[in-house]
Design a protein around this ligand. Structure first.
Ligand code: DC
Length: 213
């Protein structure tokens, strides 16, 4: 398939979601939030009382759940038993649980395959932690977003969410499988003090520049 993928990776609360949605809107692409997929599995495991520290049990849950991809209003969603747990996946409980499921190698293999499947919907702006390194390493359009820790804390607090961002980044960066890291060829964009619109415009301009080459 010849569809294009724009990979947006980065640290927690670095503005990946809002910036990616803005880029998708500007380009008429489909937005994919891969973090939401990991969060959905974490929520599902909590709901089913699967022990999050038992990698085997988490992997089994992931291989057996009835999950399917749909595309609604230019955004990909992962449904479980035909349900989209939009609010539930943002709870503090799910946020605290997600690092454990995201570290399980079999879960990452399932997610990678499912995320690669999204290409069937069209051109994508896909955000996550390992899109440029593992999911679509072949794309020419890789970006890594970051911002100062103080600003990232402020952004989460403004959303009414209290969480230890530095700890989550530490866990995401230190896990053995597909850790959070800057992909080869990725452009690092530090958006401290910048608006979403400015960051999205900068990335879109960079994509256009690369296309002209
Ligand atoms: O972007 P987010 O905060 O919704 O991501 C939730 C968690 O999922 C985060 O701790 C890292 C993990 N994640 C991942 O390991 N790989 C991805 N491609 C996306 C998210």
């Amino acid at each position: 398939m010849n569809n294009t993928v724009i990979a947006i990776d980065g640290t927690s609360a670095s503005g990946k979601s809002t910036t990616s949605k803005c880029i998708a809107r500007k380009l008429g692409y489909i937005y994919v939030d891969t973090g939401a997929m990991y969060r959905t599995l974490a929520w599902y495991c909590l709901k089913r009382h699967v022990d999050l520290h038992d990698d085997k049990a988490v992997a089994t849950a992931c291989q057996k759940w009835k999950a399917k991809l749909v595309c609604v209003d230019n955004q990909v969603r992962l449904l479980v038993d035909d349900y989209y747990p939009e609010k539930e996946i943002r709870s503090s409980e799910t946020s605290a649980a997600v690092v454990f499921v995201a570290a399980v190698p079999k879960v990452r293999a399932w997610m990678m395959k499912t995320q690669r499947d999204c290409i069937k919907f069209g051109n994508l702006v896909m955000e996550g932690r390992d899109i440029g390194t593992n999911v679509f390493p072949e794309t020419d359009f890789k970006f890594f977003l970051d911002a100062s820790l103080a600003e990232r804390h402020q952004r989460r607090a403004a959303e009414g969410v209290s969480e230890n961002i530095a700890e989550r980044d530490r866990r995401d960066s230190q896990r053995a499988t597909s850790p959070l890291m800057i992909a080869l060829g990725a452009l690092v964009v530090n958006n401290s003090g910048k608006s979403i619109e400015d960051t999205a415009d900068f990335i879109v301009a960079e994509i256009e520049k690369r296309r002209r080459k």
